[in-house]
Design a protein around this ligand. Structure first.
Ligand SMILES: [Zn+2]
Length: 238
């Protein structure tokens, strides 16, 4: 899926048209929202139109259309202004890039270990599950230093689209079926790159440079069965 927020992560307010509407939901001509997926929470925001305003509280994809769910039963038509909650999006971008940094370091330190799950939270924390049989939890915890070095180095983050067969042929590009985005209609998959550190298939929103993140703390490591470790991390509050 090509999303406007992939191409324009900095554009959080757009003026557009309601192209389809039912009571309490509508489809926009152009949507600045990230609808969720890959462990990243869906954006929140506000919709304003002549004579009204509503919160956007969720998304629904049906027959290839992205429906924006409102907190009212309004049936909206005409020109609208759609605005993403900027603080929320920024937290998600910081967390998402932070989870990729951790993922890269685990992948390097634990012999290509794969992600089995990831979930970011509104409070600026996230958990990541890795398939790392017999891993020493202290070694995982010690990755906090290298994560913050990567943030201090202010490494550029960019993206490209690769044909699916090329992505599948490059070792480590698809870290987990659960976090890889669906291919675009023309059979390509989005690859997010933290230059020189990490390249992986991802459909989320990211910082344009790692230095836009506060420091990251590793809070806790839990054993989830013999194979899996759950790493909890959080953005340091200043
Ligand atoms: Zn991702």
């Amino acid at each position: 899926m090509h999303l406007f927020c992939h191409e324009h992560p900095e554009t959080l307010v757009v003026e557009t048209l309601a192209v389809d509407a039912q009571p309490g939901k509508l489809v926009l001509g152009q949507s600045p929202f990230y609808p969720g997926g890959g462990g990243q929470l869906a954006d929140r925001g506000v919709l304003r139109w002549k004579g009204g305003e509503a919160k956007i509280v969720g998304f629904e994809v049906s027959a290839g259309k992205l429906w924006h769910l409102l907190d009212t039963q309004a049936e909206v038509s005409g020109t609208v202004e759609a605005a993403v909650d900027a603080d929320f999006r920024h937290t998600m971008r910081q967390l998402h890039t932070g989870t990729h940094i951790l993922n890269a370091l685990v992948f390097q330190a634990f012999d290509g270990a794969l992600v089995t799950g990831v979930q970011m939270a509104e409070d600026g924390s996230a958990r990541m599950d890795f398939d790392v049989p017999g891993a020493d939890n202290d070694r995982l915890r010690a990755l906090e230093g290298p994560i913050n070095e990567a943030i201090r180095e202010n490494i550029p983050v960019n993206f490209v689209y690769l044909p699916m067969h090329e992505a599948q042929a490059e070792h480590g590009l698809i870290r987990s079926r659960s976090v890889a985005p669906p291919p675009t209609p023309d059979g390509k998959i989005r690859i997010v790159e933290i230059v020189g550190l990490d390249r992986q298939a991802c459909g989320g929103t990211h910082l344009s440079s790692t230095g836009d993140s506060p420091a990251i703390r590793i809070l806790k490591i839990d054993n989830k069965g013999r194979h899996n470790r759950r790493v909890r991390l959080a953005l340091a509050k200043d």
